[in-house]
Design a protein around this ligand. Structure first.
Ligand code: 5GP
Ligand code: MN
Length: 343
């Protein structure tokens, strides 16, 4: 991650005028990194004297409910008072955190697109940012957006401004996007940043416990059901997939966030190199893809499911039925294997 002085100067110029109206937006189905990076960045901007509103398209998972300041995050989908729409319409600056294309905002896309005067700044770690932004901090070699925010704080003010609440938010983002520090881009610089966050006195076991051991009984039982009954293997046991219909989710009192981690679980099987999860929504099926090593699910998601993401974690959507989606996946995996995609 190489942040140039030109970028820093450009950002400081945009933030120079005090008391600006600023909106921070993050992606649909906001995860720990989306929320963590947004909360920490909000604190930075508030500290600079700006008025800041954090907006997400739909609700964050309930296992993040405990985070400091999360109650002030406006959920666009259930925002009956129109707080988000007003803040966006009046915004001088819009910070786009943890996504790479306005379309990833889904139900919020049009509202953001409607404000044509605010300058847009991207802070992100996904491959191939799509829109023209006025300023971009796009680092696909960063393990999380929270780590990009950390690096920005370091360059702008120095890490001594990091409060325990900011440290907690950044830690949540770093921890969740790296699969508890087990995926790619685990650089020495990341561990140095973790040391700085730890020095603020945050309770790391407690954060871990809040995020990973805060589920419901229904979720634990759904997990068992999904692995035992719904996980299927293809290509000689090297490719896995799992699907959940709405009726199955209802049976286990499904809540947003309950399927977090399911798609990764198939990769605990030694032979499995690629895993997919098909989650039924009212109007479409949401697809999550994960892979090991050189198997590139970002490419796979782009080619077959109109999606994208990172090399080892990507997603997309299908407007077909569940059976048709699984049939498409099965054919796509075959083609992908023939083209050498599975190594
Ligand atoms: P998840 O499976 O956790 O929802 O998403 C994994 C990764 O894929 C994330 O980095 C996410 O941003 C990306 N992703 C998920 N769904 C989509 C999609 O529909 N389009 C694109 N471009 N990326 C997606
Ligand atoms: Mn992220």
């Amino acid at each position: 991650m190489e942040i140039t002085s030109q970028q820093i100067e450009a950002l400081l110029r945009m933030l120079e005028r005090p008391e600006q109206q600023i909106v921070i937006v993050s992606h649909t189905n906001p995860d720990g990194d989306a929320v963590g990076s947004s909360l920490a960045w909000r604190d930075v901007l508030v500290r600079m004297g700006h008025r800041v509103t954090c907006v997400v398209p739909n609700r964050f998972p309930y296992f993040l409910d405990w985070m400091t300041g999360i109650d002030d995050v406006v959920v666009f989908k259930t925002d009956e008072q129109g707080v988000a729409a007003r803040a966006i319409a009046e915004a001088d600056l819009i910070f786009c955190l943890d996504f790479n294309a306005i379309s990833r905002l889904e139900i919020l896309s049009e509202t953001i697109a409607a404000n044509t005067t605010a300058r847009r700044i991207l802070i992100d770690h996904h491959l191939s940012p799509a829109e023209p932004f006025d300023l971009m901090f796009s680092y696909p070699d960063s393990s999380s957006t929270s780590f990009v925010v950390y690096a920005l704080i370091e360059r702008l003010f120095g890490t001594q401004i990091i409060t325990p609440a900011m440290a907690e938010a950044l830690f949540v983002g770093m921890m969740t996007d790296t699969g508890n520090f087990s995926f790619s881009f685990l650089t020495p610089a990341l561990y140095r940043s973790l040391a700085v966050l730890a020095e603020t006195g945050i309770d790391i076991p407690q954060i871990h416990n809040n995020v990973y051991n805060g589920y419901t009984e229904g979720r634990a039982r759904l997990f068992g059901y999904a692995i035992d009954r719904k996980m299927k293997l293809l290509e000689n046991g090297t490719v896995a997939y799992m699907s959940l219909l709405e009726s199955e989710m209802r049976r286990f009192q499904f809540q947003q966030g309950d399927s977090e981690g399911f798609v990764n679980y198939a990769l605990t099987i030694k032979k499995v190199k690629m895993s997919a999860m098909f989650l039924a929504h009212r109007k479409f099926i949401r697809i999550s893809l994960r892979s090991r090593g050189d198997v590139d699910v970002n490419l796979f998601a782009r080619k077959y499911f109109n999606g994208g993401g990172h090399r080892n974690a990507a997603g997309g959507k299908s407007y077909l039925s569940m059976d048709e989606t699984i049939a498409l996946y099965t054919r796509a995996v075959r083609e992908f294997a023939e083209e050498g995609g599975l190594g």
